[in-house]
Design a protein around this ligand. Sequence first.
Ligand code: UD1
Length: 340
Amino acid sequence: MTKILVTGGAGYIGSHAVVELAQAGFEPIIVDNFVNSETTVLAGLREILGREVPCYRIDCGNAEALHEVFRKEGDIKGVIHFAAYKAVGESVQKPLAYFHNNVGSLITLLQVMKDEGVENLVFSSSCTVYGIPDQLPVTEATPTKPASSPYGRTKQMCEDVVHDSSQAADNTTHTILLRYFNPIGAHESAKIGELPLGVPNNLVPFITQTAAGLRDKLTIFGNDYDTPDGTNVRDYIHVVDLAKAHVVAVQRLLDRKASEVVETFNVGTGHGNTVLEVVKAFEEASGQKLNYSIGPRRPGDVPAIYADATKAAEVLGFKTETSLRDALASAWKWQQSLVR
Ligand code: UD1
C-alpha cells in the first residue's frame, strides 16, 4: 500500500481525508500536534476503518521530528499538508503566531520532503485567497485580491512559497494546491466530524449547536448585502466530497499526470447559497425550527463567493455528490451523537 503522510490528520478535514485515502487503498499516516484536535478522533477512525491509523504526535515546525517520521516509515510517497491554524478572528489577534505556524511549517515541510526525497504534495489552500473578487463565480485564473485577514494572507503566502520554491533549479516537489470553499457536515457514520473548541465561529457548527440547545440563537451577520436575500453567499461543500478531492489529487501526482509542477484547483460545488438558504435547508433536513435573528455585519466577511468548479471536473474528474440538505443532515446527525 502506498503510504501518504497526512499532517493535521486528526483535524476536521484531515480526518475525513484519512478515511477516504484508506478506503481508496492508500496507507495514511497521521502527523498532528493535537493543539486543535482531540485524540478521540483516532478512535472514530478505528471504528470506521476497522484498524488503527498510525499517528505521530509532533509539530510540523519540528524538522527533526518530521525527518524521524519519514525515516521510520521508510517509503512515504506523498504528503497532504492540512496542519494549520484556521480561525479568521484569532488571526487578527495573533498574526505572528499565524505566520509562524502556517507559513513556517510549510517551509519546514518542503525542506524535509526535499531532503527525504518525497516529491508529491497536496496543499490545503482556501477560497480566501481571492479576497473580494470582481467577478463570480471565481475560476483558478481569477486574480487574487488582498486577503481580509492574516489567516487569509497565510494561505496566499503559502501558495507563493510553493510557486517560488518550484522554480528553483534543484526543485523536486510536485504540488497540487486545493482551494477549498466552505466545508460542512460530517462522515455518514457520525464517528468523526467537526469539533469546534468553545463558541464556534463557523456557520454550520453554530447552527447545529443552537438546534441542540447549546446556544440560544444564531445571529446572522447582516442582511443588507447585494445578494438575492441580503445575506452572504458561500459555496458549501460536504467534507466527504472535499476529502475525496484529495485522493484524486494524490493519485494524479503519483501518476505524474500533472501538466505543471504546481497545479491549482477550486474545490467547491459550483453553487452559491445564502445564509438564510442554509438555515432553511437545515430546518428541512433536521425537522428543527432554528432560533435566529439578524445582527450587524461581521468585519472582514466577503459579501459573496462561490466556485467555478469546471477545472476540477474536467482535469481531475472531480464532482461533488452530496446536496446541501444531505450535508446539513450529516452535520445534525454528528451534533446529536456529541450531545448524547
Ligand atoms: C472563513 C474563511 C475561510 C476559512 C473558514 C475557516 C474568509 C473569507 N473565509 O470562511 O477561508 O477556511 O473561515 O474557518 O476568510 N455566519 C453567520 N453567523 C454565524 C457564523 C457565520 O451569519 O454565527 C455567516 C458568515 O457571515 C458567512 C457564513 O455564515 O457569511 C459562513 O461563515 P463561516 O462559516 O465563518 O465561514 P467563512 O467566513 O465563509
